[in-house]
Design a protein around this ligand. Structure first.
Ligand SMILES: Nc1ncnc2c1ncn2[C@@H]1O[C@H](COP(=O)(O)OP(=O)(O)O)[C@@H](O)[C@H]1O
Ligand SMILES: [Mg+2]
Length: 322
């Protein structure tokens, strides 16, 4: 098996936290060939997708006192080789959001990979279809009350009716730009103006769920099946649970209500060829469907003594051999 991972610069990845590293490590342990590249290293040549690929050799992390520990030089890379991506069995598109125009252009390059030759995870069409914030809104029975708007008066009316709400930029990640809004806040107008760039960009405004204090649950779905979950509990005065802003990972089970949400979302994920997805659930409400580079598997592995990376790689082998 030959796999290519399109990732952010490897030196910037956190081997004890990033799911991309966990998946690459699992692939390596199963004897698959692992190559890496970055979105800006891809081209279309002769109607095919090509990229400068490098082999990567990883020193696996080790669990020490309940934390993943990595060597200082945890990876070695080979020389860059211009390679047709169809020489790979699978390509993992794992660039971090925001989903910018160049990100979308990268998906058009990936469109030229023949799916009969090479599986792209997640599919480029799926990545374009699923805005991580807005995609959830089709599952009306699972979501909190939510609007998307760039209009100050529409937003103000919603927040006044709810008293408090959470504002989310549509392309953010890791808690970036997420604001707590309260009717009567002296900064209210200014917060909306800044977030919407003076009414030029729509944002999501969602009723505030007090259950967020108990955590924001990440559930990992592989081909529509829930394979693991981790809770992220905000720390200190922070209202956001994201691990990127200090949220603490905690062991959790998946409740019956969450299983229902997974069952509701799964057929659409399968229809959109979104194979590796992380949904966020707060107090039994679906708040986000992460499709670009969902995180969480290192924490789930550590807390539950499993290897989701290995599960993904075994699923992949099975999927490709069909
Ligand atoms: N409706 C909500 N009510 C309360 N807190 C929320 C709500 N939506 C999001 N949050 C908090 O904000 C954080 C980030 O929100 P999310 O929608 O997952 O965006 P992202 O993770 O992409 O930044 C969550 O981890 C959660 O703590
Ligand atoms: Mg989130």
């Amino acid at each position: 098996m030959k796999l290519a991972f399109i990732i952010d610069p490897i030196a910037k990845l956190d081997p004890g936290h990033d799911s991309s590293v966990a998946m690459m490590e699992a692939a390596q342990m199963l004897g698959y060939q692992v190559w890496i590249t970055e979105a800006n290293q891809l081209s279309i040549i002769g109607g095919k997708a090509w990229g400068y690929l490098q082999t990567v050799n990883l020193q696996p992390v080790e669990l020490v006192d309940g934390h993943w520990q990595a060597e200082a030089d945890w990876y070695q890379v080979g020389n860059k080789v211009l390679t047709c991506l169809e020489e790979m069995d699978a390509v993992f598109m794992r660039s971090d959001p925001p989903v910018t125009v160049p990100y979308l252009y990268t998906t058009y390059i990936l469109d030229l990979i023949d799916p009969n030759q090479t599986l792209v995870v997640n599919s480029p069409q799926g990545l374009r279809t699923a805005n991580e914030k807005v995609y959830a809104l089709q599952f009306t029975s699972a979501i909190p009350e939510t609007i998307v708007s760039q209009d100050k008066s529409v937003i103000a009316k919603f927040v006044e009716a709810k008293n408090s709400a959470v504002l989310k930029p549509l392309g953010g990640k890791g808690g970036e730009g997420i604001l707590f809004l309260e009717a009567g806040d002296r900064n209210f107008n200014s917060l909306i103006e800044v977030s919407t760039q003076q009414g030029r960009e729509p944002v999501m405004v969602q009723e505030y769920l007090p259950a967020a204090k108990e955590g924001d649950k990440r559930i990992i779905l592989l081909d529509g099946e829930a394979i693991g979950a981790v809770n992220r509990v905000p720390s200190g005065n922070e209202f956001r649970g994201n691990m990127a802003v200090g949220g603490k990972a905690a062991k959790v089970d998946i409740t019956d209500r969450e299983k229902e949400i997974c069952a509701l979302v799964a057929p659409q994920l399968r229809a959109d060829d979104l194979y590796f997805v992380g949904i966020d659930v707060i107090g039994g409400y679906l708040t986000e469907v992460n499709v670009t580079s969902p995180t969480g598997i290192r924490e789930i592995d550590r807390l539950n003594n499993v290897s989701l990376g290995k599960q993904v790689m075994e699923w992949l082998k099975n999927k490709i051999s069909k």
